[in-house]
Design a protein around this ligand. Structure first.
Ligand SMILES: [Zn+2]
Length: 171
């Protein structure tokens, strides 16, 4: 079953729902389709709709508490767009800025995407010790970005481009 991404009226990602739920929200005029799967249609009641990939609520929903994205290696690679923090090349590994052997942990602020060569070259050293300055600073993804991280890779890459980039979480 495909999941549909739900945006708040403010365009901020809010949650994902099943396709059935998304269709009901659109049919009840509680949401509009922002992006649909090209060529796919869904028949519901007496109407036919494009299969929604992204819907947006018509009315703003206030969310009292938003959970931050849990750290994951996959999430770090997505956050850094698979770009190596040391050379800017294609990254396939995650490097601990402060190595774990020196007390650095698995956290958003202590991990960056890295190519395998740079990860190996930096080894058990900090960027200063290795003479390998970071090209960009790691950041904690916002709760909205946590929604994007939870989508399957195929679903995420097909999102509208204005949803694809991540911004640091507000402090
Ligand atoms: Zn590199």
């Amino acid at each position: 079953m495909r999941d549909t991404l739900v945006l708040n009226a403010s365009f901020e990602p809010l949650s994902t729902v099943t396709l059935n739920r998304a269709v009901v929200l659109v049919l009840q005029d509680k949401a509009v389709v922002e992006q649909a799967h090209p060529g796919l249609r869904v028949r519901a009641a007496a109407v036919e709709l494009p299969v929604p990939r992204v819907i947006r609520l018509c009315r703003f929903v206030r969310v009292p508490f938003r959970r931050h994205a849990p750290w994951s290696r996959r999430g770090v690679l997505i956050r850094d767009q698979h770009r190596c923090a040391y050379c800017g090349g294609r990254a396939s590994t995650v490097d601990h800025v402060v190595p774990r052997s020196r007390g650095g942990g698995d956290s958003w602020l202590n991990t960056v995407a890295s190519c395998a060569e740079d990860n190996h070259r930096k080894a058990d050293r900090t960027p200063d010790q290795a003479g390998m300055p970071l090209l960009f600073q790691p950041f904690v993804p916002s709760p909205a970005d946590a929604m994007l991280l939870s989508l399957r890779a195929g679903e995420r890459t097909e999102l509208p481009h204005w949803l694809a980039g991540m911004r640091p979480a507000a402090a």
